[in-house]
Every structure is written in structure tokens, then in C-alpha cells.
Design a protein around this ligand. Sequence first.
Ligand code: ADP
Ligand code: MG
Length: 252
Amino acid sequence: MLLDIKNLHVNINDKEILKGLDLQINPGEVHAIMGTNGAGKSTLVKTLSAHYDCVVTEGSITYKNKDLLEMDVAQRANEGIFMSFQNPVEVPGVNNSYFLRTALNEKNEYNGLEQIDTMEFLKHIKEETGKFNIDRKLLQRDLNDGFSGGEKKRNELIQLLLLQPDLIMLDEIDSGLDVDAIKTVANVINAMLDGKKSIIMITHYDRLLELVKPDFVHIINNGKIEKTGDYTLALELDEKGFEGIGIKDENK
Ligand code: ADP
Ligand code: MG
């Protein structure tokens, strides 16, 4: 098993958001997470990536047979955890290409691999982005600085292709994207699926789920995973809505 979450309780600002959530993920699996606004979807993936907002008060998270809660942000990234944020942060003054190469070299160092120099890096990134027709102009700019919503998401894809993480968490990567951009996202995700990498994908939209078929669909409600099904659960949800499939938010 890649990830084993047991009885996870998480507070944000002293308010309990996750209330005993369980989730198991095996290598190679794609898990879609759905739920009403404010259900705690982002809280789950933010907790997994060690976001400072999220305070774990109870429960355990085991990743690659290690205690994930003992690892800091950098260690989690080096161990192959990747998170694409709903709103990627802008970092003026930090060149994007430099940032990406540094991230890759840190991971390489941690894993006992050789450092990659600028020339090699550019060649590598040209090959990877070329496969998916991703514009490379973004590399010369500062990290996410002034990027449009779509450009930020595209930049997340470049990071994915470069870092080849083992656990990929995508928080509404499809939101605000046009049809062609969603196809590019799906092409990249599908190309990453080599039977070993696992994906947690938060989405409201059927289109992405049509293009990247999840093995499991989970619905978070009242701080737990309340319902799990296969792809057809997403279809049913689309047709009937949350209430229609028996999901009732106790806070509303
Ligand atoms: P989702 O991604 O499912 O829409 P979130 O996980 O972002 O929901 O949020 C879950 C709950 O936590 C919401 O009620 C939200 O208002 C609250 N929350 C999230 N971040 C913060 C924060 N920084 N401060 C206070 N409350 C927060
Ligand atoms: Mg969210």
C-alpha cells in the first residue's frame, strides 16, 4: 500500500474539519475526491502535503510504510509527494526555470542521484513539454508571477513531468480551464500513470473524469468519506446531485 490514512482528525483555526477520515491507496490507483463546497477536500490534500493551516489532532497517516506525520514539507516532496494547489502562489523574483531545476536537483540529491546542469535540464524539459505541446515561454518568467489561471495550471503540469512524483494530488486542476487545456491536463495525467504512481484528484467536473477514469470515487461529507464507488458514482452524482444520492451536510 502506498498511503494508509486512519481515523484522521484535522483542525483549521481550532475548528475540526476532518473527523475520522479513512482512506487507503495502492500504487497505480486513481482516486477522485468529490464533495460539496467546504466539505474538507482541500483540507485532506493540504494535510498530506504538510500545509501549516492543518493541525492533525488524531489518527495516523502511513506513506511508503513510514509515518508521514513525522516528515516535513521538504522530506515529503523528496519522497515523491506532489501537490497541485487550487491557487498556486506567485513568487516574484524567483525565476521559474531556476526554481524547477533546483526542485529537481534537491530531489535527486535526496535520492542519491546526480545533479542535472542547465543544458541537460533545458534539453530534458524541452522533450517533456514537447510531447504535450506545452508552451515553454513560462520558464523564462518568475514563478507564477502574473501568470493567468490557465498558465499557472500549465506550469503545475511542467513540474509534474519533471519531478515524476509517486503520489500526485491535484486540487481542482481543471477549474477555470478551457476544453483544450483540460485535454492537455488529462494527457499529462494519463501519461504519468505507469502502474506505480497514484493520483488523488479533486474535481467537480465530469469532463476530467471522462478523460482520466478514476478507479475509485469518494465523497467527503461531515469530515469523513461517506460514500465510495467506482466511476459510475460520479455519473450518478452528476445526474442527481449530492442530496439526490443521500449526501446531507449536517452544517447546512
Ligand atoms: P473544500 O475544498 O472541500 O471546498 P476546504 O477543505 O477548503 O473545503 O475547507 C473546509 C472548511 O475549512 C471550510 O469550512 C473552510 O471555510 C474552512 N477553512 C479552510 N481554510 C481555512 C482557514 N485558513 N481559516 C479558517 N477556515 C478555513
Ligand atoms: Mg477546495
